[in-house]
Design a protein. Structure first.
Length: 262
């Protein structure tokens, strides 16, 4: 269930694994029974607060287990969040082709339906798990745990988690990642950090993407940078284009600098 927009009920999600070691399809498993049965005869507003607390506490427990798993494997984990179409899959496809040649990468990718993104990212050297969330407009920590468990993480140095395209709901869900990356593309307009501040405030890194088309779209890079700086002064900012390759080396250096000791 989504805490932010209330768009989901109980969530049934599936995990599809694309891996050269163990190709095949895992049967979708039903989500654990919800613990959100509220019996107190309180007014709706009070009940909502209790549900939120319970669900987020459960997610935080799963996120802590993920964090411990990632630490045991000594891998860097990143949660990539953006509005739909900001360029997450394109960025990851290029990243595994370049950075992934010297640093073993794995990917968990979430979408409501289809395994299109997993197929776009999958390479013989890159295990990928696709989570289909059904109605949920974000990944939660339990989904990521199931996705990660389906992959062979031996020797993996970087685990990328591509979240469902959404600038609102993923902000509330810790997945156990080390680095939260928020993408803002030139096709969206400079004002999005001002209109969707929570996700930008939670970012360690903001990627300003598709800068190759900024000029054509009259996208004002300086204004976008100013808006990001105002809302997310804590975040590192990199401008890049996964199409032209501009800024990609800076992105790879960011990853290298944060690799845990092997
Ligand atoms: N010009 C340009 N187009 C890009 C760039 N990166 C991605 N695109 C295009 O933007 C569109 C969406 O890219 P995706 O990588 O699928 O975006 P996404 O964030 O993964 O989308 P969802 O998973 O649906 O949220 C595609 O048509 C890409 O070719 C870029 O750097 N420059
Ligand atoms: Mg995608």
């Amino acid at each position: 269930m989504c805490l932010e927009c209330g768009c989901g009920k109980s969530v049934l999600f599936g995990v599809r694994v694309l891996s050269v070691i163990a190709p095949g399809l895992l049967r979708p498993r039903p989500a654990a029974p919800s613990e959100v049965t509220v019996v107190t005869p309180e007014p709706p507003a009070r009940r909502t607060i209790e549900v939120h607390t319970s669900l987020l506490a459960k997610n935080d427990d799963a996120a802590a287990r993920n964090r411990a798993l990632f630490a045991r494997h000594r891998l860097l984990s990143l949660n990539l969040v953006s509005s739909p179409g900001a360029g997450k899959t394109t960025l990851l496809s290029r990243t595994v082709d370049e950075f992934g040649l010297t640093h073993k990468c794995a990917v968990v990718v979430g979408d409501l339906e289809t395994d299109n993104d997993a197929r776009r990212i999958h390479r013989p050297h890159v295990p990928v798990a696709q989570i289909t969330t059904g109605t949920a407009c974000h990944l939660d920590a339990e989904m990521v745990a199931r996705g990660a468990a389906s992959l062979d993480l031996t020797d993996v140095r970087v685990l990328f988690i591509e979240n469902v395209g959404n600038l609102v709901c993923p902000a509330a869900f810790d997945l156990g990642e080390t680095v939260r990356v928020v993408l803002l593309s030139a096709t969206e307009g400079e004002d999005k950090p001002l209109k969707y501040p929570p996700i930008f405030k939670s970012a360690h890194l903001v990627l300003l993407t598709k800068i190759d088309v900024a000029g054509v779209l009259d996208f004002n890079l300086a204004t976008a940078v100013e808006n990001i700086r105002r809302v997310a002064p804590q975040a590192r900012l990199i401008q890049l284009s996964a199409r032209s390759g501009a800024g990609m080396e800076e992105w790879y250096q960011f990853l290298r600098d944060r690799l845990p000791p092997a």
